[in-house]
Design a protein around this ligand. Structure first.
Ligand code: PLP
Ligand code: COI
Length: 365
C-alpha cells in the first residue's frame, strides 16, 4: 500500500468560489449540513496499487456508473469532526487522530482499505486551510468536516468486495445540530426496531446503520419526540445509544454510560467525557441500564440528569422520555448542573477558553 509520505496532494482551486457576501450570508445562519464550502478532497484506491491521485478540488458533483457497488450494497463509511475558531484566532480540530483510527476500524469491518492516519489528518488540514474563511466566528458555531469512503467498482457480484474505492472530505459550516441550542430534547424508546446486534456493524460508522435507523427516527417524530433511543437487540430493555449520539446518566456524583459491547458507536465525545470526569469531581461507570431502571431512577430522584453527546450534538440534555407503554420526565425537564458543567469544560477546551491538558487540540492554522 502507498504510504502516507508518498501521497502528495494536487491542488486545483475553484474558479467559481462564492463571494464574500455569499459566504457571509450562509455563515449568518448555517443550520447543520446544508451548505458546503468551495472545495473538497478526493483520494482514490486501487487494489494492488494502493492510495493514489490525492487531490484538493472545487466542490462539485461526482459522475459514477449506475452499477457502482456503493449504490447497491452500501459499502460506505464516514466520520464526523469539527474545525473550531479558537478565542486566540487560530483554527483547530479536536482529536482528529481518534477519528482517523475509528475510520480504519470501520474500514476493517466493511472490508475496505485502511487510510494512513497521517493522510486522513493531512486531508482535513488542507481542506480547512484552503476554506479557512468558512470557519465561523460566531460563538458555538464550527466547520463540520465529513470524511467518507465509498466502493467505486462498477460490478454487481457479491463474491468479493470492490477492488476500487474513493475517499473524500467535504466541509459544512454548522450551528447547533438541534434547533434551539442547549434546549433539552425529548426521546422515543424504540422497542419495535433494532439498530445493531452482536457481530453486526453497530460499532462501525457505516451509512447502512443510519439508513436502517430512519424508520425509527420517523416514528420518534410521529410520537412528538426529537430523537430515537436504541435498546439492546435481544430484550429491547437495555439502553444503547441515540441516532447520532451516546448517552450519559447522572446518578449523584457518578456518570453512567452504556459499555462498548460492540453494538454501539465508540464516540470520541463519550471517551473525552470519561477522561474529563475525574477533574470535574465525577466518578464514571461503563455499565448497563434498563429502561425500567431509568424510569424508576427518575421517579425516585436518584437519577437526576441525562445527556446525549456527540460531535454534531455536542452535549444536549434529555428532558423527557416516551415509549409505547410509558412516559416520564428527567429531573424537572430543564438542563441540569452536571450536564452544564461537563458541557462547559468540553466546549471550553474546543474553543480555547479552558486549558487543553490532555493534548486533544490539533492546530490547523
Ligand atoms: N453514536 C452514533 C450512532 C453517532 O453517529 C455518533 C456521531 O458520530 C456518536 C454516537 C457520537 O460519536 P462522536 O462523539 O465521535 O461524534
Ligand atoms: C456526528 O456527530 O459527527 C455524526 O456523525 C452525527 C450525525 C449527524 C449522523
Amino acid at each position: 500500500m502507498t504510504t502516507a509520505q508518498q501521497l502528495s496532494f494536487d491542488v486545483q482551486l475553484s474558479d467559481h468560489a462564492r463571494t464574500t457576501a455569499e459566504r457571509e450570508q450562509v455563515l449568518a445562519s448555517p443550520g447543520f449540513g446544508q451548505t458546503f464550502t468551495d472545495h473538497m478532497i478526493s483520494i482514490d484506491y486501487t487494489e494492488g496499487r494502493g492510495w493514489h491521485d490525492a487531490r484538493l478540488m472545487p466542490y462539485g458533483p461526482l459522475s459514477l456508473d449506475p452499477a457502482t457497488s456503493v449504490f447497491h450494497y452500501a459499502q460506505e463509511l464516514f466520520e464526523g469532526l469539527k474545525a473550531y475558531r479558537q478565542t486566540n484566532g487560530s483554527i483547530v480540530s479536536f482529536r482528529p487522530y481518534a477519528n482517523a483510527a475509528r475510520f480504519n476500524v470501520s474500514a476493517s469491518r466493511m472490508a475496505m482499505p485502511a487510510l494512513p492516519e497521517s493522510a486522513f489528518v493531512e486531508s482535513l488540514e488542507l481542506l480547512v486551510q484552503t476554506d479557512r474563511e468558512w470557519v465561523p466566528t460566531t460563538e458555538g458555531h464550527s466547520l463540520y468536516l465529513r470524511p467518507f469512503m465509498i466502493a467505486t467498482q462498477p460490478a454487481l457480484g457479491v463474491n468479493y468486495p470492490s477492488q476500487t474505492y474513493k475517499y473524500m472530505v467535504i466541509a459544512s459550516p454548522a450551528a447547533s445540530y438541534f434547533a434551539g441550542g442547549v434546549k433539552p430534547v425529548s426521546v422515543w424508546l424504540s422497542t419495535e426496531y433494532t439498530r445493531a446486534a452482536p457481530g453486526g456493524t453497530g460499532f462501525a460508522k457505516c451509512g447502512g446503520n443510519y439508513a436502517a435507523a430512519f424508520v425509527a427516527q420517523r416514528q420518534a417524530v410521529a410520537q412528538g419526540c426529537d430523537q430515537v433511543v436504541w435498546l439492546d437487540a435481544f430484550e429491547h430493555r437495555y439502553v444503547e445509544e441515540m441516532g447520532g449520539m451516546n448517552l450519559f446518566f447522572v446518578l449523584g456524583d457518578k456518570l453512567l454510560t452504556p459499555a462498548l459491547t460492540g453494538t454501539l458507536l465508540p464516540g470520541i465525545t463519550r471517551d473525552s467525557i470519561l477522561t474529563l470526569a475525574a477533574g470535574l469531581g465525577l466518578e464514571v461507570e461503563e455499565g448497563r441500564l434498563s429502561i425500567d431502571e431509568w424510569q424508576a431512577g427518575c421517579e425516585s430522584g436518584e437519577l437526576s440528569e441525562v445527556f446525549a453527546c456527540g460531535t454534531a450534538a455536542v452535549i444536549t440534555p434529555v428532558g423527557s422520555v416516551k415509549g409505547a407503554d410509558r412516559a416520564w420526565t428527567v429531573g424537572d425537564g430543564t438542563p441540569g448542573p452536571v450536564t452544564l458543567k461537563v458541557r462547559e469544560e468540553l466546549v471550553g477546551i474546543q474553543y480555547g477558553s479552558r486549558p487543553d491538558t490532555h493534548d486533544w487540540i490539533h492546530k490547523i492554522c
